[in-house]
Design a protein around this ligand. Sequence first.
Ligand SMILES: C[S@@+](CC[C@H](N)C(=O)[O-])C[C@H]1O[C@@H](n2cnc3c(N)ncnc32)[C@H](O)[C@@H]1O
Length: 391
Amino acid sequence: MLNRRTLFEIASALTTGLAALGITKKAVAKSVAPAFDVQPRGAVGRLERLQQLDLESKHDFMTGVMKFTNTSLGQASRARAVAIVKAAGLDPNQDLPLDKAMELFSSDPLIRTRDRVWHSAHNYEHALLDEAYHAEADKYLSELEAYDKSGPGKLELDPGLNIPEYTKHEIHQQPGGYVGNPFAGHIYHYATTQFYRGENDQDERHFRYAASCPLPSDGKVKRILDLGTGIGQLALAMKERFPTADVHGIDVAAPMLRYAHMRAVDLNADVTFSQRLAEDTKYPDNHFDVVISYIMFHEVTAEATKKIIAEMHRVLRPGGVFFPIDFNHKAQASAQRSYSQWIDHRWNNERWRLEYAGVDFAGEMTKVGFATQDKSEPRGTFGNIIGVKSA
Ligand SMILES: C[S@@+](CC[C@H](N)C(=O)[O-])C[C@H]1O[C@@H](n2cnc3c(N)ncnc32)[C@H](O)[C@@H]1O
C-alpha cells in the first residue's frame, strides 16, 4: 500500500497535513512496502489510491454528491420539514409518531429528492468499488493471501465460527455485506471515505475517538479491545496512543479483518486481529483494561446488544473502562427523527437501526454492573456512554 516512491512524491504535500492531524511521521516513515503489495497508483498517507484515474474521478464526484446532500440539499430538506410541521400546527422540536411523519413528509419532492440522491450516491459508490475489485479478483486475493502470513501483528481467522444470521445481510447497501464478499474490507474503506465526505481519509475521526477514550482511574492500560473493529482503523489509532499495549481488534467478518491486518502490516502496527463474536469473545474474565467500539451497536439486534454488554463486563478487569460510540440516544428530539431513522432502516438497509433506537443502552450497562456516565451531547450525531467496572 505505501511505498517509498509514493512517499517521496507526496511527502511535501503531506508533511503539514499529517502533522496537523497528529499522525506521527514515524507511522509513515517506517513503512516499507512488501514486494507483494498491489498499489498501482500509490497512496496518499494512510489511503491507498484507487486503481484507475477514471475510477478515482467517479469516486470523487460521488463524494461531492454525498457532501451536497448533507450540506445544501440536507439543510433545505430539513428546513422544508420544519415548515411542513409548523404549517400542520405541530412542534418541530418534538418527536412525531412515524405514521404522522410519513403522512407529512413522504410526498414532499424536496425531502424525497434529498433522501433518494443520498441513497443512490452511496449505492453507486458501492457498485463501482465492488466491480473494480472483482474485475481484478485474482490479483487482490493473492495480495490478501500474502499479507495474511506477514507481520507485524497477527491475523487469527476462525473458519468454523458460527456466523449469526443477523450479520449476514447487505448492511447499508454494501454488496454481500461484511461476511459475504471477499472484498468487503476494500469496499468498506472507500465507501466510508465517501460517507465521511473525504473528512476521514487519514482516519482523522478514529484518531479523535482514540484520543478521547477515558482511562481506568489507576492509569494502567496494558490490554485493549476494539469491538467490531471492521478494517481496524480504531485499533490502529489506539495502538498509536498506547504503543506498548497489547491491542486486539475483533470482528465477525473475515474479509474485514484480512483488510485490517493488511493495513496494519503496511503501517507497521503490531495489532492482533481475530475473528470472534462480540457476544462470546472467548477471552478470559477480567482480561482487558479498556474496551472501545465505534458504530457497531446500531448494526446488531437488541438481543445481541444486551449479550455483548454483559460480555464486555465479563472481559474487563475491575476498574476497566468500556467506551462504546454510536448514534446518540440523547439527541435533541425533532419531528423528523423517527422519519429519518426509518429512511435509514428501509432505504440504506440498516436493518437493526430501529431496534437500536429502542434500547436503553445506559440502563443495560447499569443492569450488568457498570457505573455509567453519559457523555452524549444533545446536538451530536454520535454519543458516548462510558461504563466503568467496579473495582
Ligand atoms: C459499521 S462497522 C464498524 C467498523 C469499525 N468499528 C469502524 O470504525 O468503521 C460494524 C462492524 O461490526 C462487525 N460486527 C457486527 N456484529 C458483530 C458481532 N456480533 N461480533 C463481532 N463483530 C460484529 C461488522 O462485521 C462490522 O465490521
